[in-house]
Ligand binder design. Sequence first.
Ligand code: NAP
Length: 484
Amino acid sequence: MKLNDPTLLHTETYIDGQWVGADGGEAFDVVNPADGAVVGSVPDLGVGETRRAIDSANRALPEWRALTAKKRASALKKWHTLLMENVEDIAQIMSLEMGKPIRESRGEAVFGSNFVEWFAEEGKRAYGEIIPTHDVSKRLLVVRQPIGVVGAITPWNFPLAMITRKVAPALAAGCTVVVKPAEDSPLTALAAADLADRAGLPAGVLNIITTSNPEPVGQEISTNPIIRKISFTGSTEVGKHLMANAAGTVKNVSLELGGNAPFIVFDDADMDAAVQGAIASKYRNSGQTCICANRIYVQAGIYDEFAKKFAEAVSSLKVGAAVDDATEIGPLVNQDALEKVETLVTDALEKGAGVLTGGKRHALGKTYYEVTVLTNVTSDMRVASEEIFGPVAPLYRFETEDEAIALANDTTYGLASYFYAGDLGRIWRVSEGLEYGMIGINTGLISTELHPFGGVKESGIGREGSHHGLSEFLETKYLCMGGI
Ligand code: NAP
């Protein structure tokens, strides 16, 4: 790997302000999903090291939370500047360890950094309240204070942004954090921690637990009484498990879980814009995002024309190595991911779906899958209820607005949804009818640091980004002052 600053590639992890290995020297390899080549090696930590990281975050807490928000902001702003100065290196590391096309990795490096800048500012605005009193001898106030030590567990599909979207608001609020990044993408997390260290974060404020054993480490993080808050992004299955663990000590939880995003194209939509929007939403990160369009519903009267235009546009997407500048679709993250996509497509074909383009493993081999469009997909196929997490777009047909809303809501998930329509009345009715935390209206791209990101139903609890994201790390304390 060619980096401008090779020292950003770490073989040790960051705990209590020190770069350390596992107690017994254990390590695991990080591999490039495209060719299986070893990209790096990181310490394989267990419960003992996790406990020490939690203790160090606890020791760092009193001084960190006692700083003014402006002082904390100053460290976060330095971190943001360093992240932005190292966008290219972060992008290279990210693409090599998890296969994101390099152009998108550069985008994520900036997107991830944006959360640090935003929360550096927003931390200064953790305002309290003064409540008009019910008794002239009393004054009623509300202050907001950091929750305490936070345990953050993050996925591989956004190796930087899913960390900064938690760590930045937590630190801005005055919390300290222990992060367990995904085992497929620990190198980006360590590069980010290195830059935080260079920015002057005090020892113990941020700690990284690299491990190939998520269960015992996750168990420790979600049951250790020092941890007051779990912030998790990942699958609904693991989220439920952590939530159950956290119940034992009644920890506050924020969960950003799976999605099954509907993308609805009504007959009054701008067809070409809808085609572009569907591509942007479906194929970002090679189809591996929680807000990727998972079900594309097209109104019957325009179905054939949409399918033709969409399949044509999709067939020209360039599949290739993640680090190649021209690549639009990279390899999937690992063999399991490839096999899951393959199984879902086989199931759909067996139940009567057709293939407009793609439909099988890519000639490039390894974890590459062809950019695929399936037609005549129906609700009984597994693609309708499971996250595809690959470059496969299933097209469904519907007749009426009410039917589209009912079909879209017919899932246990409720993260992102999208629709394209022209009529203003319809835009309101559909927006109000969709049971989702986020709705893209005439757009397939919705994510920034500025808005509340999160889901309803089994897609999660809580919001990240925006001022709502800061609140997730603050407790509300009521002060009742008598004798006045
Ligand atoms: P995952 O398997 O749930 O893993 C997420 C994180 O949890 C990883 O760090 C993983 O470690 C860890 N983990 C796994 N088993 C655990 C356990 N028993 N206890 C504690 N931690 C455990 O999900 P993923 O496959 O990495 O990510 C894809 C999922 O994330 C999809 O469902 C996607 O929709 C969701 N996602 C949601 C959002 C959102 O904002 N809502 C954003 C991105 C992704 P290992 O890496 O070691 O397995």
